[in-house]
Design a protein. Structure first.
Length: 318
């Protein structure tokens, strides 16, 4: 059993069949089928089964997945470690980031890293927090940035800082720039938040709904929007209010296109965490990128960016 066979098995699983795996691996379908057949022969059990015309993992295949992922990742570590002996500041570095963290702060990190390591091939992928962990676990990314700690023993998690969250609204909202005593005072507002999608759990979505429940607001009117940019555009248009991190709202607050609502009984934040695979190999360039991330992401914003005074309120129709 070699790493190529295990990788082929994983690609067939992730791509949902031999045909898609052949395209992804740039090999013929018969070659993929033979590789799987030899692996199944070696193990003495089928790894896949056909159900309703689709390729699904067998019971043995489901047991095999985490072991195959670790083996393939370890083989990639070995290759990276050997290549790193040739040149410390070259080779690939793969970064996986939760989409809402791919903002101004990350841009500064990447610019700084690119100036210092022009020969390093840096790739960036965005995903949900759970998917970031999966990419690190499988060895498809070297460093991850996500919200909240991953409880898996396969990963090392380093909390960079706890970023405050605040309520934002349109500049002409009646409460723009004002303070309310309780979150419950905003019960009748329409909220904009990330959807909770089965199989694609996002920490920020769960965080918002947990706050609603904690403050007795289990039933609120809300609009699910899976794009941070789209959320902010809807807030600007006066179509709802949202709970956003200070860094995600900074540009619009400076421009005066959105405003804040202060809530007396609301203190909310989420942890930004750097994730690496426990015991995984980090090249010199990867370690340097992690150092830059630690330095730049640990500069906690003690307060929200200053917002321009809201424009005079217009009559709103509800």
């Amino acid at each position: 059993m070699d790493s190529d066979a295990l990788n082929t098995f994983l690609v067939v699983h992730r791509r949902g069949g031999v045909s898609n795996a052949a395209k992804a691996l740039h090999r013929s379908q018969p070659a993929i089928s033979r590789r799987i057949a030899l692996l199944e022969q070696e193990l003495g059990v089928p790894l896949f089964e056909r159900v309703a015309g689709k390729t699904r993992l067998s019971d043995a295949g489901r047991v095999m997945v985490p072991y195959a992922e670790r083996a393939v990742a370890a083989a990639q570590d070995a290759e990276n470690a050997v290549r790193a002996l040739l040149r410390d500041n070259s080779g690939p570095v793969a970064l996986a980031v939760t989409g809402t963290l791919a903002g101004e702060r990350l841009s500064k990190v990447l610019k700084r890293f690119a100036r210092q390591h022009p020969d390093v091939a840096l790739t960036l992928r965005t995903a949900t927090s759970a998917e970031v962990s999966d990419l690190i676990r499988r060895g498809e990314a070297t460093i991850g940035l996500r919200y909240d700690r991953d409880r898996s023993g396969e990963l090392d998690c380093e909390v960079l800082f706890a970023e405050p969250l605040g309520l934002v609204c349109a500049p002409d909202h009646p409460l723009a720039g004002r303070r309310v005593g309780r979150l419950a005072d905003l019960r009748d507002e329409r909220w904009i938040a990330f959807p909770e999608v089965p199989g694609r759990r996002e920490i920020t979505a769960s965080h918002v709904f947990a706050l609603f429940l904690t403050h007795g607001l289990g039933e609120v009117a809300w609009t699910p929007v899976d794009s941070l940019t789209a959320q902010k555009r809807l807030v600007e248009a006066g179509l709802g209010i949202a709970l956003l991190s200070h860094s995600n709202a900074a540009e619009e607050l400076r421009a005066g296109s959105i405003a804040t609502i202060r809530v007396g009984n609301l203190t909310a934040s989420h942890e930004v965490v750097a994730v690496t695979r426990h015991g995984g190999f980090l090249s010199a360039a990867s370690r340097r990128l992690l150092d830059i991330i630690r330095t730049d992401f640990s500069k906690v914003e003690s307060a929200a960016p200053a917002a321009k005074p809201p424009r005079p309120s217009r009559q709103r129709h509800r």
